[in-house]
Design a protein around this ligand. Structure first.
Ligand SMILES: [Zn+2]
Ligand SMILES: [Zn+2]
Length: 172
């Protein structure tokens, strides 16, 4: 992109969400989320342990193993999955650190497609639009249905390249 070329608003706010995600200390996942009303930035958050308690970089990830039903081509299979439960998800932190009045009618930009729990909370938070970049297929079906039921615009940014310095390798 040339210096004179201005970024569109989606790119601008998603870039900020990615910058925010670099604050995360969980080596498994770096997620950033921002709250936007009109063109105004009203809040930023990333996934992390509650403030004042050791985070993943100090205490290690807190791994929880879960068994999950996966349906592929109509065939059901139980798959074991590990995830870090030490952190509060970025979307939940965003809700904890913003006011309801600011959220009413607002948009959330989030680096990763929200999980089911975050989506359920976002659906009840006053926001009207969720824009994400990376897919999270695990919960996608039920999340999309919920957003549709709530009339929340749920949109993935295609052809988007995160700022180079925000890229990290994550292990799932
Ligand atoms: Zn972790
Ligand atoms: Zn979540």
């Amino acid at each position: 992109m040339s210096a004179e070329e201005r970024k569109d608003w989606d790119t601008y706010f998603m870039d900020i969400a990615y910058m925010v995600s670099t604050r995360s200390r969980c080596p498994r996942r770096h997620v950033g989320a921002v709250l936007v009303q009109g063109k105004k930035l009203l809040g930023t958050a990333y996934n992390g342990a509650p403030s004042g308690v050791p985070d993943c970089s100090e205490a290690g990830c807190m791994i929880s193993e879960e068994v999950e039903l996966v349906v592929t081509d109509g065939r059901e299979e139980m798959v074991k999955k590990q995830r870090c439960i030490r952190t509060i998800h970025a979307e939940q932190n965003l809700l904890l650190f913003t006011d309801r009045i600011d959220r009413e009618g607002s948009t959330v930009y989030v680096t990763d497609e929200p999980c089911w729990t975050c989506s359920n909370m976002l659906a009840n938070s006053g926001i009207v639009e969720v824009i994400y970049h990376r897919s999270y297929p695990k919960d996608e079906g039920k999340v999309k249905k919920l957003m549709e039921q709530k009339g929340i615009v749920f949109r993935q940014m295609d052809n988007y390249e995160p700022p180079h310095q925000t890229r990290m390798k994550v292990s799932n």
